[in-house]
Design a protein around this ligand. Structure first.
Ligand SMILES: Nc1ncnc2c1ncn2[C@@H]1O[C@H](COP(=O)(O)OP(=O)(O)OP(=O)(O)O)[C@@H](O)[C@H]1O
Ligand SMILES: [Mg+2]
Length: 270
């Protein structure tokens, strides 16, 4: 994991613009992720959250602006070069290879590292198995037969095996039952305690706020709010999202406040 220095910036994005054909999706994003911290990106469907992570990872090209990893400008680099420099991307929907075993999935994620440094790969693999004992138990099982929660763990484990400086993680809780979301949250909180730097996209506000040190709100390809989660104002966040009524209970739980009466029985979205 990354060694923490309080002021260093793990990732800096400036003036990022990107889109598809005629459609601009990101209208100039500025964002800094401090070393050892978790930055959460929140926003509605279609706001551009996944595209933002993809442009940072190099899967979608930037039209304009810069992506700087540590002190290296990676804007023009291919995705695998960014992986080699310490960037890991856990895409939305996890995308494990269903017919490959758990261990083969992890090997695929680490193929550059294995070529470069076999013994480090072995040590990192042991550490991933120590973090996710369920993956160790199921190392020979085809990934397609894992439960949703286990597949989420595999997707995260596959990213961690490269010992990345930063992990870009897109909606890890999506599609999981509430109990499994809780388990995944505990695992990610553990990983965070080890000092891992993350840029996290979440629709599950409660989950996302529990993990994040700071939060950015993305609305139609623009960041309309950013601040530490400690100083986040519930109503303002809800107002920006334009769905305060729906998210009321989630926000309150995430911020450790009393839920609004109306939303008291609403279940956290997952
Ligand atoms: N490959 C693509 N080609 C064309 N348009 C795309 C492509 N990928 C994304 N878009 C468009 O970019 C916009 C932002 O998409 P994005 O996937 O980033 O949304 P999101 O914020 O991640 O939403 P969700 O919460 O539903 O995952 C959408 O309008 C989407 O249709
Ligand atoms: Mg998305």
């Amino acid at each position: 994991m990354t060694t923490m220095t309080s002021t260093a910036t793990a990732l800096e994005v400036t003036g990022l613009r990107a889109g598809f054909g005629e459609q601009t999706v990101l209208h100039g994003i500025d964002l800094a992720v401090p070393d050892g911290e978790v930055t959460g990106i929140f926003g509605l469907n279609g706001a551009g959250k996944s595209v933002l992570l993809k442009v940072i990872a190099g899967v979608v090209p930037a039209w304009d602006g810069r992506v700087v990893l540590g002190d290296v400008d990676v804007t023009g680099l291919a995705p695998e070069r960014r992986v080699g420099l310490g960037m890991a991307h856990v895409p939305q929907g996890r995308q494990v290879f269903p017919s490959l075993s758990v261990e083969q999935n992890i090997r695929v994620g680490a193929y550059t590292l294995r070529r470069r440094d076999k013994s480090r790969y072995a040590a990192n693999l042991d550490r991933v198995y120590a973090t996710f004992p369920r993956l160790a138990e199921r190392r020979s099982q085809p990934a397609g037969t894992l439960s949703g929660g286990e597949q989420a763990m595999l997707a995260v484990g596959r990213a961690l095996v490269n010992d990345p400086k930063i992990v870009l993680i897109d909606e890890p809780s999506a599609g999981l039952a509430p109990a499994i979301v809780e388990q995944l949250l505990e695992v990610l909180l553990d990983v965070r305690r080890l000092g891992l730097t993350m840029l996290l996209v979440e629709q599950n506000i409660r989950f996302g706020l529990r993990l994040s040190d700071s939060a950015c709100l993305l609305q139609k390809g623009r960041i309309v709010y950013s601040g530490t989660t400690a100083e986040l104002d519930q109503d303002r966040l809800a107002g920006y999202l334009g769905v305060g009524r729906l998210l009321g209970s989630d926000l309150a739980a995430g911020l450790g406040k009393q839920p609004a009466k109306k939303a008291r029985n609403a279940r956290p979205r997952s």
